[in-house]
Design a protein around this ligand. Structure first.
Ligand SMILES: C[S@@+](CC[C@H](N)C(=O)[O-])C[C@H]1O[C@@H](n2cnc3c(N)ncnc32)[C@H](O)[C@@H]1O
Length: 362
């Protein structure tokens, strides 16, 4: 343990906590040094000498210098590898997301991450884009245990999943939270999650609104297997997992839903007719996701990105409006009210995932 002579203040024990807090708030407390205490006093280490006019409550005679144990600063990943690699955590798996990391560098980063964070048991790397109907990607294990299955915690719920067998994106946690927070806790709604995956929307909604019933559908048998496990894991009885292609089974849910989640950005618009068929004829809410790119000839990057983002949002809105108008007559919907439309994330340069919350009025 390292020690250092530091300016400090000696205070009576009964006043210690109050003064410690005040010093911390003023950023005057050295938080990396161990506070010393004896029967009557505590010694609070300071970041610098105090001036007479800033000591307020403290008796000036109590300012001293003494030796403190100083905790060694925890090394950062940058200290160990010389740069800040990008990665995301899914359960106990660190997934390297930088495309330019190869060979030796990958190993270096992986071992540094595992040394620094004892909760990381596997370091993996993406080796394909998200692809196919199941929206899966291939991974390569770089270090640690040889597995891609893990248990992920998000917004108070637990999800078991395999990164190679199902789609899962931890970066959508706040988007899911945003949608879930719109669900009224006390209502008895019927909610349909058309592209449920391992259930991150369905499970959070079911937990928030225990009197509602959630139908969670996915065509990927592995996603459904994990979803069933996750429903159990989270102790829920109001989620029903159904394996199937929504195009083939949507008729079963005709006129049922008060709220529908369509989290399949690349092709959700191709399923809007099915969604409208499943919606209660009196109306309901659709959370629609869409992938859009656009173009702007603005010369500065900031304006260009902003203009493209706005254009992408407008394209997504227009797609939804056109479909509601087209299928509206068939299902007797009168109009569409867009409550919110926003960029959820960047998919590629000038291509965005857009999220829209819309009320369809019957
Ligand atoms: C982008 S993922 C979203 C999963 C989940 N909502 C989440 O946030 O993790 C889309 C999911 O839709 C499923 N899917 C694709 N086409 C489908 C279809 N026709 N019917 C039912 N599910 C489908 C895929 O298997 C995949 O799990």
């Amino acid at each position: 343990m390292k020690t250092e002579n530091l300016p400090c203040v000696r205070v009576e024990k009964r006043k210690g906590e109050e003064i410690r807090r005040a010093l911390k708030e003023l950023e005057l407390l050295r938080t990396d040094a161990r506070i010393i205490s004896n029967d009557n006093f505590i010694y609070l280490p300071l970041t610098r000498e105090l001036k007479k006019d800033e000591i307020g409550e403290i008796d000036f005679r109590e300012l001293l210098t003494r030796e403190f144990e100083v905790l060694e600063r925890r090394k950062s990943i940058e200290d160990l590898v010389g740069f800040k690699p990008s990665y995301e955590m899914v359960g106990d798996i660190a997934v390297l997301t930088a495309v330019d990391l190869t060979g030796e560098n990958e190993q270096l980063v992986a071992h540094a991450l595992m040394n620094l964070h004892k909760n990381i048991k596997v370091v993996a790397k993406r080796v394909s884009p998200v692809e196919g109907v199941f929206r899966k990607r291939k991974m390569k294990i770089i270090a640690g245990e040889n597995r891609t299955e893990t248990m992920h915690k998000e917004n108070g719920c637990r999800y078991k999943l395999d990164l190679e067998k199902v789609y899962f994106n931890p970066r959508l946690a706040s988007e899911r939270n945003r949608v879930v927070s719109q669900v009224e806790r006390s209502r008895k709604d019927e909610i349909i999650d058309m592209f449920a995956g391992v259930g991150p929307f369905s499970i959070q909604i079911a937990k928030r609104a225990p009197q509602s019933h959630v139908t969670a559908i996915d065509v990927n048998p592995d996603a459904i297997r994990y979803l069933i496990e996750n429903i159990e894991l989270n102790g829920l009885r109001n989620v029903e997992a159904i394996e199937g292609d929504i195009k083939e089974i949507y008729e079963r849910f005709r006129n049922k839903a008060d709220r529908i989640i369509m989290n399949l950005p690349k092709s959700a618009y191709l399923f809007l007719r099915e969604a409208l068929c499943m919606l209660d004829p009196r109306g309901g809410i659709i959370h629609f996701y869409d992938l859009e790119s656009s173009y702007s000839d603005a010369s500065d990057e900031e304006t260009k990105s902003h203009e493209i983002e706005i254009a992408a949002i407008n394209k997504a809105k227009a797609k939804l409006a056109a479909k509601v108008e087209e299928a509206g007559d068939e299902f007797h919907f009168r109009s569409l009210e867009i409550r919110d439309a926003r960029k959820v994330k960047t998919y590629a340069p000038y291509a965005y995932i857009i999220g829209i919350d819309a009320r369809i009025i019957g």
